[in-house]
Each structure stands twice: as structure tokens, then as C-alpha cells.
Design a protein around this ligand. Structure first.
Ligand SMILES: Nc1ncnc2c1ncn2[C@@H]1O[C@H](COP(=O)(O)OP(=O)(O)OP(=O)(O)O)[C@@H](O)[C@H]1O
Ligand SMILES: [Mg+2]
Length: 327
């Protein structure tokens, strides 16, 4: 697979991978031996993380030694805490203030029964004025990003075609975009022909209105997705790894990760994107960048709860991911 598609990063000293998170959260993570409803429970562990799909991608890029900036919307006291947590992680960010408060997502990890209970609150309603301010901030950021990731659900108030508009504006400036969305946001976004999309099996099946059970069905689905305009499709398949299709070469490759003891795949898809782009902006061939992406997703699946990948695990997984051409 020789083609890399556009190569905007070449010649840049520090290519920056930008992410946009319209609906970030302050994730409140706690650990309990068991959760007794209607009773006093005592947590044995507590931690707070900045949450949201774009932020996860930025965290993975940063973990792998890449350069990133996280754009988004944040409001109220929790928005201030979100910014402070990003500062502590040394993650560059530009969050536009919104009226109302950034949402909280509670993640309760219990030993008995072993599992994760999640409670998500709704985010603030966003206005067109705020979205216009974010658009200006992204488009005028210098240095211009080498790629922009638009990912996650749309907050209340955001028009369904907002990703579509931003993809058009960014690509008109030769900035490749990666869209990771589902349902209507994905369908509308696809019309702007993003450089890359990263659906999982369910998201792709929904857009194509078909079943994607076998790898053969997925490869066929991948060809149909490529006909909708993106140059690259990464279709993630959980423990079966991922498929990568390239519109230029018409090749489809499958990356298969090693069998691991999966603890929590939350953020695995975001890690796949973060690892892939980190490799790609460094000038790696698509296949190598894809391998780094799948190794990052798998390394995230090895960590508990909402924890993301550790660099050392990614490097170990990298050697064990096998890549084969399937079409
Ligand atoms: N059980 C697992 N074992 C090994 N690797 C895994 C497992 N689950 C996920 N992965 C890795 O993570 C990548 C992305 O996973 P997945 O298809 O679950 O993404 P997703 O559904 O978009 O996740 P999310 O949106 O929660 O971030 C896979 O391509 C694979 O490399
Ligand atoms: Mg996903």
C-alpha cells in the first residue's frame, strides 16, 4: 500500500493533530466493592478525568509523543475544572465558554458484580453564536493543524449538519478531516467527503442499512462506504481488529490484534484514531500508521474503566498486530 493520500504534514516541524469535542464531560470515576441502591456506599477509589471522544483522541496523541490541540465547548464551574485537568495533563486546549454547565458522567466500577455502571447527564444547550466562535477559533488557529478530528455526539442545540459544514471549510483549506460520528451526524458529515471516517461495525451497518456480521460482509460494506466519498475508511471490529480501505488504491487491509485479556474497551475507537494519526502525520505509510492505531486501540482495551492506553503497552502490541490484505 504505497499511497498515503494528501501529505499536508510533510515539511512541518511539529504537525499538530487537532480534535473537536462539542459535548465534553467531566468524568467522575469511582470504585466500590459493590453498589447498594438506596444505601450509603463508600468509595475505595476516586478520580476525575476530562472526558469526550475528541479529548480522548488528544490524550492518546499526547501519550504517544505527538502534538495536539483539543478544541471544544465548556461552561460553568465544571468547565473550569475541565480546563484545569487539561492543563495538568499538559494538553493544549481552546475551549469556548458556553452558558450552562459542562456535563458530568459518573463511572462506577464495582467488584461484585464486576462491571462498570455509568450515569451520564445532559450537556448544555449550545447556541449558533457559540458554534460560530468555535468555528473561527479552529479555522484561525496557527499553525494550521495537519489533521482535524471531529468526533462524538452533538450537544442539544447544534444543527445536525454542523460537522458537514466544518469538514467543507477545513478541506477547502487543505486540512484533512477525520469524522467519527454515528447516525444522522455521520450521514450528513459523509456528504462533505471527509478525508477519513472511523465507524465501528454497528455505526457502519446503520449507515449502510445492512448486516455486517462476517468479515466478508464488512469488506463489501467498506467498498460501499468508500464510494460515498472518503479517501480512507477505518472500520473497527473490536477484538477482531479493524479494516482499512483506501479509495486511491482500492485495497482493503485487515489488522488483527493479539488475543488479550480485555478489561474495558471504552475509548478504544478514539485510541485507534489517535494512534493512526500520530503515525500518519509523522509520514509513516498508511499500513504502518494503521498498525499503530490498532495497537493503541488494543492497548486501551487492556486498561480498566475509562483509562486509555499506555505507551509501553502500545509498543508491545505493535509487534504483535498482524496485517493482511483482504481485497
Ligand atoms: N477486546 C479487544 N481485544 C483486542 N483489541 C480490541 C478489543 N476491543 C477493542 N480493541 C481494539 O480497539 C479498536 C477499536 O475498537 P472498537 O471497534 O471497539 O471501537 P469503538 O466501538 O469505536 O470504541 P469507542 O467508540 O468506545 O471508542 C479495535 O480496532 C481493536 O484494535
Ligand atoms: Mg467509536
Amino acid at each position: 500500500m504505497a499511497a498515503r493520500g494528501p501529505a499536508p504534514s510533510l515539511g512541518r516541524a511539529h504537525p499538530v493533530i487537532a480534535t473537536i469535542t462539542l459535548n465534553p464531560s467531566l468524568d467522575e470515576w469511582m470504585q466500590l466493592s459493590s453498589l447498594r441502591v438506596g444505601r450509603l456506599n463508600r468509595a475505595t477509589g476516586f478520580a476525575r478525568y476530562p472526558g469526550g471522544k475528541g479529548i480522548n483522541v488528544s490524550r492518546v496523541v499526547h501519550e504517544l509523543g505527538g502534538h495536539t490541540v483539543a478544541f471544544g465547548l465548556a461552561g460553568g464551574d465544571d468547565g473550569l475544572i475541565l480546563r484545569e485537568l487539561m492543563n495538568r495533563l499538559a494538553l493544549p486546549h481552546r475551549f469556548i465558554p458556553v452558558a450552562g454547565s459542562t456535563r458530568n458522567n459518573y463511572k462506577i466500577l464495582t467488584d461484585d458484580p464486576a462491571g462498570l455502571t455509568e450515569i451520564n447527564t445532559a450537556g448544555p444547550v449550545v447556541s449558533r453564536r457559540v458554534l460560530a466562535a468555535l468555528q473561527r477559533t479552529v479555522l484561525t488557529h496557527r499553525p494550521a493543524p495537519a489533521a482535524v478530528v471531529l468526533s462524538g455526539s452533538l450537544p442539544p442545540g447544534a444543527p445536525v449538519h454542523v460537522y458537514q459544514r466544518w469538514i467543507r471549510l477545513l478541506q477547502a483549506r487543505d486540512i484533512p478531516t477525520v469524522l467519527d460520528a454515528s447516525g444522522a451526524a455521520l450521514r450528513h458529515g459523509l456528504r462533505a467527503h471527509p478525508w477519513c471516517i472511523k465507524p465501528n461495525r454497528d455505526e457502519a451497518a446503520e449507515v449502510l442499512r445492512t448486516r455486517l456480521t462476517t468479515v466478508t460482509q464488512c469488506v463489501h460494506g467498506m467498498q460501499r462506504l468508500l464510494q460515498m466519498g472518503p479517501r480512507i475508511v477505518m472500520l473497527s471490529l473490536g477484538r477482531d481488529g479493524a479494516l482499512l480501505g483506501c479509495a486511491h488504491t482500492r485495497e482493503v487491509w485487515q489488522a488483527v490484534p493479539p488475543r488479550i485479556r480485555a478489561r474495558s474497551a471504552v475509548g478504544a475507537g478514539d485510541s485507534l484514531i489517535g494512534g493512526f494519526l500520530t503515525g500518519w502525520v509523522r509520514g509513516q505509510p498508511l499500513q504502518d500508521a494503521f498498525r499503530l492505531g490498532v495497537a493503541s486501540g488494543t492497548a486501551t482495551a487492556m486498561t480498566p474503566g475509562t483509562e486509555l492506553c499506555h505507551r509501553a503497552d502500545v509498543m508491545r502490541m505493535l509487534r504483535r498486530v498482524t496485517i493482511k490484505r483482504v481485497a
